[in-house]
Design a protein around this ligand. Structure first.
Ligand SMILES: [Zn+2]
Length: 318
């Protein structure tokens, strides 16, 4: 009996225990679930954080690369900005050397010879042929430019080729001034002002067409003697503008009524008698263009160095 009583006295305690156990198990299950769920979420979060970190690092690397190429680009731009200066310096150095050589020739210290080939009245459509021949021999020359339409001298020419101004520079030649109008008998030499107006108009024209190139060398249309009494007053006005001027001491006669190549050779051989020559040609003349390759070879055989004119040359009168 006593056992039964003990048994029954324990009965009411068992149920809450079971409930408590169930409750605890439930809590445990929920906790375990929550633990794994949270853990998964954390893992997911970590993974997305890792992804973000990777993306961020990739972006940083891209930015670093971009910054590097930007710096390189800036360096290149700086180099380009310095390029004009560098070209100018190289040109000046070159002309200084030539100037020294000129002086040595004049003083009899050097037996070398220099010839400055000059082409007047262009640019013409024919000028490209002249430029190509000069390129073939790697020879630089000087072009005394004007704005008279080619029709005046060469009836085949019906357009004035402005692109040639940039072409002269590109191919390393010297551009010089031969006045805008070239109107020898139609007003150019009426007064100092008419001459200077035409000079400055061509000065601006060259500057505009040749990317800001400024020349300080002029050749009087027809030669300085054509200016007559105005020659010295004009020279004075040129000096004020910082301009130098040059005539020529050799020619092939292509400014006159030249008919044959042998006639041209006759003039050339007769006039080539100095150690520093300034040779007058016209780039509209077919005879000159045709004899040019043979002429360049002839001059080089005779020991002449063929060069473009420059402001400080002893041949430029100031
Ligand atoms: Zn001329």
């Amino acid at each position: 009996m006593a056992k039964t009583i003990r048994k029954t006295s324990k009965e009411p305690i068992k149920l809450p225990y079971i409930l408590l156990e169930m409750f605890l198990v439930t809590i445990l299950i929920i906790s375990t679930y929550l633990y794994f769920d949270i853990n998964n979420k954390i893992k997911k979060e970590n993974k997305s954080l890792d992804n973000l970190k990777n993306t961020y690092e990739e972006n940083i690397n891209i930015l670093k690369e971009k910054e590097k190429s930007l710096n390189e680009l800036n360096q290149q731009i700086e180099k380009y900005n310095d390029l004009d200066k560098e070209i100018e310096n190289t040109k000046n150095e070159f002309f200084n050397t030539v100037k020294q050589l000129e002086q040595d020739i004049k003083d009899g210290k050097s037996n070398k010879k220099i010839a400055y080939m000059t082409f007047d009245d262009g640019p013409y459509f024919n000028t490209y042929k002249v430029l190509d021949i000069l390129d073939r021999y790697d020879v630089k020359a000087t072009f005394f430019t004007t704005n008279v339409n080619g029709k005046v001298y060469y009836e085949e020419t019906d357009t004035y080729n402005y692109d040639l101004f940039k072409e002269y520079i590109k191919r390393g030649h010297t551009i010089a001034n031969h006045t805008y109008t070239h109107a020898i008998f139609k007003g150019l030499y009426d007064s100092v002002d008419t001459f200077m107006d035409s000079l400055m108009r061509q000065h601006e024209h060259i500057k505009e067409e040749a990317n800001g190139y400024e020349t300080k060398i002029v050749r009087f249309p027809g030669g300085s003697g054509t200016a007559g009494n105005l020659k010295y007053p004009i020279i004075e006005a040129l000096r004020e503008k910082g301009y130098g001027w040059v005539d020529w001491n050799a020619y092939d006669g292509d400014g006159w009524d030249l008919r044959t190549q042998s006639e041209a050779w006759g003039y050339l051989k007769k006039s080539l008698d100095e150690n520093i020559e300034v040779i007058l040609f016209h780039d509209y003349c077919k005879i000159t263009t045709d004899l040019l390759p043979e002429f360049i070879e002839y001059m080089q055989d005779k020991g002449y160095i063929l060069l473009p004119l420059f402001y400080d040359s002893v041949m430029i009168n100031k």
